[in-house]
Design a protein around this ligand. Structure first.
Ligand code: NPW
Ligand code: ATP
Ligand code: MG
Length: 345
């Protein structure tokens, strides 16, 4: 088992790159196998080398002193008649990563279905009601982060409600993860999220292309993935962008982290939903942890790196057991052991 972590900065003229080879899940003991960097960015590279340790640092310890809710109350906005799996995968993953409560705000049609998958989720059948925004807004003061988009669909009225929920969340300063159809909305109206640095966008290949073209008015340059993710983040006002793919590229417009932790070649639907759900929790933890725990690094970069590694580790473990028949539910079953292997050993 070998994972590769690379770090690049935004300065193309003097690009820093560092690749850390991590063996046997022992990322703390990662050894540097290649490094080239400019002088003035030296300190940044050193800080970033131990990104895996930074993820560990932000995880709240399990103690008897904490009450229910303290380790995370996460909201998922999504779930409609067609898509009930996506919000379920995101919400259950948030719980299994360590959130205490996971809320799903979905349409009436979807609610009973989602509830029947799991009694652990709190499901609000409000998203297509006339007072949807008010119904979600009531809960926002109690939520630590929101994930907008898994299984939301593209119905105009639902997208309008999602837009208003994003605006309400911004006013409260809540970290917002935007995925799937939430990204569709952003590619139509980028100003909705532009400049809000507590947002993390998690586009897949297609979603990234749409966003990039909307913001940069150019097609994606397939010979310069790093440059593209960096430019997209910058154009959006330096919010965090996670471009999912064979290697996940994570940027805040200053740096690009590359996560190529070993997953598998199985590409069933729902894997991105595990990523956005786990990111909901990790973003909250990293944000709360403060600069000391993240060594002054952007907490959302740290959280994104953790979520990408975890999702890929779940994929790897589930694939070893089930091979071609592996599905997203099999990955959900691996969250606990994958998390321990990566972050608690
Ligand atoms: N069980 C459930 O309920 C699930 C529900 N889900 C929900 O579905 C909704 C729509 O989400 P989405 O991701 O299917 O939509 P979108 O961005 O239009 O992409 C679709 C098309 O993009 C393309 N494509 C993708 N990757 C590519 C690549 N690497 N390279 C090249 N092309 C690539 C590919 O095009 P094709 O191969 O068909 O030409 C693909 O068909 C959303 O709400 C989501 O949450 C999912 O979460 C899954 C589990
Ligand atoms: N070619 C690949 N090789 C290895 N891992 C990949 C590859 N493509 C995607 N992944 C991983 O799968 C996860 C989900 O990415 P993906 O691009 O499938 O998202 P998605 O299309 O939004 O998924 P979903 O079906 O949930 O909507 C990410 O953690 C990513 O690292
Ligand atoms: Mg997706």
């Amino acid at each position: 088992m070998v994972g590769l972590i690379c770090i690049f900065t935004s300065n193309f003229a003097s690009e820093i790159s560092s690749c850390i080879l991590a063996k046997n899940y022992g990322f703390c003991n990662a050894c540097i196998i290649e490094r080239s960097f400019s002088l003035h960015r030296n300190h940044t590279l050193k800080d970033m080398e131990n990104i895996f340790q930074l993820v560990r640092n932000v995880i709240p310890p399990l103690t008897g002193k904490r009450h229910k809710g303290q380790d995370g109350r996460i909201g998922i906005v999504g779930g409609c008649r067609e898509y009930t799996g996506a919000p379920y995968f995101a919400a259950i993953t948030a719980l299994k990563v360590g959130a205490d409560l996971s809320h799903v705000f979905c349409t009436k049609d979807a609610a009973t279905v989602i509830k029947s998958y799991s009694p652990e989720l709190i499901v609000h059948p409000v998203l297509d009601s006339p007072n949807a925004v008010h119904e979600v807004d009531k809960w926002l003061p109690r939520l630590h982060s929101v994930v907008i988009g898994p299984g939301l669909g593209r119905d105009e009225a639902l997208l309008e409600n999602a837009k208003a929920i994003i605006e309400k969340s911004k006013l409260k300063g809540i970290p917002i993860i935007i995925d799937a159809d939430g990204l569709w909305l952003i590619s139509q109206q980028p100003s909705l999220i532009q400049g809000y640095q507590r947002a993390i966008l998690t586009p897949n290949y297609m979603e990234f292309s749409r966003l990039y073209e909307a913001m940069l008015r150019d097609p994606v340059d397939s010979s310069d993935h790093h440059g593209c993710v960096l430019r997209l983040s910058q154009a959006l006002g330096n919010l965090t962008v996670v471009q999912k793919g064979e290697r996940d590229l994570i940027s805040d417009g200053e740096k690009v982290l590359v996560c190529s932790h070993e997953g598998s070649s199985r590409r069933c639907g729902g894997q991105g939903d595990l990523l956005s759900g786990s990111l909901g929790v990790l973003a909250h933890w990293a944000f709360l942890a403060g600069a000391e725990k993240t060594n002054g690094q952007n907490p959302f970069l740290v959280a994104a790196f953790g979520a990408c590694s975890l999702t890929r580790q779940c994929n790897n473990q589930a694939f070893q057991k089930f091979g071609r028949s592996m599905t997203a539910s099999d990955m959900v079953s691996e969250v606990g052991t994958a998390f321990s292997k990566l972050f608690e050993t």
